[in-house]
Design a binder for this molecule. Structure first.
Ligand SMILES: Cc1cc2nc3c(=O)[nH]c(=O)nc-3n(C[C@H](O)[C@H](O)[C@H](O)COP(=O)(O)OP(=O)(O)OC[C@H]3O[C@@H](n4cnc5c(N)ncnc54)[C@H](O)[C@@H]3O)c2cc1C
Length: 400
């Protein structure tokens, strides 16, 4: 087994790391203390620089203007970008736009690509994915209340969604709605492209989440769709394929999150080690001299290494046989990586004491924002159930 990283990828990850260190980390203090909009102008300049350096859209095929990296290679880049909460946005591989790009590439018509995908790839607009509803369980995505009823050449959409990440300032939403209420449950819903300025689309609020409403891309909105009319051609893929497309979107999407979390782990770990070495508990001793802090450092390193290998292995499985065949690996890393990350962030905060709870380091933002990683794209419990079901199916009664 060869764990080496190709010369090309070593060079790419070195450049990405330098960009994050030199261009993005200096902007973090303003973002953390004053909000995302404050850094938007600066990020626009950084995005132009990323394009010039040929590092734009690492996850997208070359024919669509990206770097054409494999899932495994993008994992290595994503772990570097995840060291800063501004990393993925600046390279245009942030959720939910990255997932929306993937499904538009796979299912979009030429007209849909020209209108929605091209400006999204260029970074001129943003989008959101509007599936979860306040009154239905997001973990059972075949059951929802939003409907799209055909009226002549239009869909008429009614329903309420929440947690639509990045809807504030987005140009369009991809909305999951029931179009075939009498079909088998996996064929009832469709995905429909809805420009946000369509009459009847009402962003009611940016939902307060862990004490923050956020703004612009860094927010999650509650949206009411009231008699929203869009052309029938705005359907993405075949009528009734909404669930299938959502599954297509979520497989690689989960991997992208796990890889980003490895970056969150590494940054938290770096901060923990640096602070432990520098903070004196007496004139003669630092935190790093304390046995318990050393144990946290060793445990964190071991846990990050293990999670990182499991994530990269799942990415490799996707590259070899596709997301469907890698379902068990994806489910396992989804809850394992999220929990590893939360333990590492928590230890890093503990080492920083009161400072760890302030917005003078990114640790508090990591703690607030990333806790949701155990819930979105499938809660821990659902992934455990689904992985265990498939694992158990490998054992026949004769084995018992
Ligand atoms: C920060 C954040 C960003 C998000 N972004 C988006 C977005 O962009 N677009 C979008 O559409 N949605 C988004 N979501 C919504 C997210 O996908 C849902 O929250 C998630 O699917 C869970 O659905 P729910 O909140 O309705 O919880 P429920 O489905 O009501 O589940 C509640 C809890 O019950 C438990 N549970 C559920 N099912 C089972 C089971 N079968 N067995 C055992 N326990 C179970 C789990 O612990 C779960 O956490 C986001 C959520 C968050 C927090």
């Amino acid at each position: 087994m060869d764990f080496s990283i190709s010369d090309r990828m070593q060079q790419v990850t070195r450049r990405v790391r330098a960009f994050v260190d030199e261009e993005l980390i200096p902007l973090e203090r303003d973002y953390l203390t004053q909000g995302f909009r404050v850094v938007l102008d600066a990020l626009r300049e950084k995005r132009a620089k990323v394009k010039q350096e040929g590092l734009w859209l690492p996850q997208i095929h070359k024919e669509y203007g990206g770097m054409g990296l494999s899932t495994l290679e993008h994992g290595l880049v994503s772990a570097e970008l995840g060291r800063s909460p501004l990393g993925h946005y600046t390279f245009n591989c942030q959720a939910p736009d990255a997932g929306n790009m993937e499904i538009l590439i796979k299912y979009g018509t030429d007209e849909q690509k020209e209108r929605f995908l091209t400006p999204l790839l260029a970074g001129d607009i943003r989008s959101c994915f509007s599936m979860t509803e306040p009154d239905y369980p997001g973990s059972n995505p075949v059951w929802m209340g939003t409907t799209a009823v055909r009226d002549g050449n239009e869909w008429v959409i009614n329903g309420t969604k929440w947690f639509s990440t990045g809807a504030d300032g987005a140009s369009f939403a991809i909305v999951m709605a029931i179009t075939n209420p009498d079909a088998p449950k996996h064929l009832r819903a469709s995905q429909i492209l809805v420009p946000i300025d369509t009459p009847g689309v009402c962003i009611e609020e940016n939902t307060p989440s862990m004490g923050w409403r956020g703004e612009d891309w860094a927010s999650h909105s509650r949206i009411r769709y009231e008699n929203v009319r869009v052309p029938v051609d705005n359907i993405l893929g075949p009528d009734g394929a909404g669930f299938l497309i959502a599954q297509d979107r979520l497989g690689p999407g989960r991997i992208h999150h796990c890889m980003r979390w490895m970056g969150v782990c590494e940054r938290s770990f770096e901060l923990m080690c640096r602070y432990a070495l520098q903070r004196r508990v007496t004139p003669d001793h630092t935190l790093a001299d304390q046995q318990i802090v050393r144990a946290w450092i060793a445990e964190s390193r071991a846990e990050i290494n293990a999670a990182r290998l499991a994530v990269l292995h799942a990415a490799w499985c996707i590259d070899q046989c596709g997301p469907k065949e890698a379902r068990v690996e994806i489910s396992l890393i989804k809850f394992h990586a999220a929990n590893t990350m939360m333990r590492v962030i928590d230890r890093a905060i503990q080492v920083h004491g009161g400072l760890g709870t302030t917005d003078y380091t990114p640790l508090a933002l990591f703690f607030r924002n990333e806790r949701a990683g155990r819930i979105y794209d499938g809660p821990d419990e659902v992934h455990k159930l689904s992985a265990a079901k498939r694992i158990l199916a490998q054992f026949t009664e004769a084995d018992v």
